[in-house]
Design a protein around this ligand. Sequence first.
Ligand SMILES: [Fe+2]
Ligand SMILES: [Fe+2]
Length: 340
Amino acid sequence: MERKTIYNPNSKESLNDRRVFGGDSDGMINFTRMKYQWALNLWDMMEANTWFPREVQMTQDAKDYKYLTPSEKRMYDLVLSQLIFMDSLQTNNLMDNINPYITAPEINACLSRQSYEEANHSKSYAVMVESISDNTDLIYDMWKNDAKLKEKNTYIASVYEGLSNGELTDEKLLLAMFANQILEGLYFYAGFAAIYALGKSGKMLGSSQMIRFIQRDEVTHLILFQNMINSVRKERPELFTSELEDKVRAMFRKAVDLEASWGAHITQGQILGFTDNIIRQYIEYLADRRLEAVGYKAEYNVKHPIPWVDGYASFNDQRTNFFEGNVVNYSKGSIDFDDF
Ligand SMILES: [Fe+2]
Ligand SMILES: [Fe+2]
């Protein structure tokens, strides 16, 4: 597969012929003439979700951090360090590995916005790290000393590398979309839940708020890739073979195992409300929702073991406004999948 032509005046492609990939668009990002309505809806939602890390109050977190238990401190640091890796990877992955092959301009626009948001998440980690630590390298370099952290990062990077190395085929690009769905929809979630667990016990509330903003963005990223996959399913049904499904399910099972063992590693049975089994079941529950969202049957069929996490993550269910400043006055973009 070739990279798309960025400016393509000879294009004869009608709007109806436009394709997620393998199309021949003229390259104009024309918001008045778009094929994929879901991409326009998503763009509007992403725009409404705009937020600025510096405006989240971290003063109390700087004090709270000093009084965390050693287990809580370790967990907080590891979570940040791992999130830092994933957003760094994703900022570049989207622009270097995915966007060059996507031939629908409205989807290129959403991917560009997503890439900016991943970099903005990196900015938010810097705000968090700087407010709790004088030596920021300690957290940024944790992967050098924590074997489990390095293992998770290395595996995730290797999946993307494998899918972008050598000649790109339709199936490889499609599998890369599933890999993105897994990254956006599974690999962040043990870490998010861990920060919310601190927040639930009244600690590190600024960090919880930061993670809420980040998660609200990640939900739109997840929807973006799920919609890309579902649009390809309509355009290229022949690609959705039983062999492809086997590969996708294998990717999901591996991701669930990795994320569950990561969750166990960061909590070490020391965090209230989390056992290794609860974490695993939560990740399995999420994997089932992701599979169903792209037209596959659930793999695990388990119930949500910690529904409080969803309420805690939501902007619509905050009983107390802990925060000053205007951050909470931004649009409360809903995260309702049914809109798409
Ligand atoms: Fe992100
Ligand atoms: Fe993301």
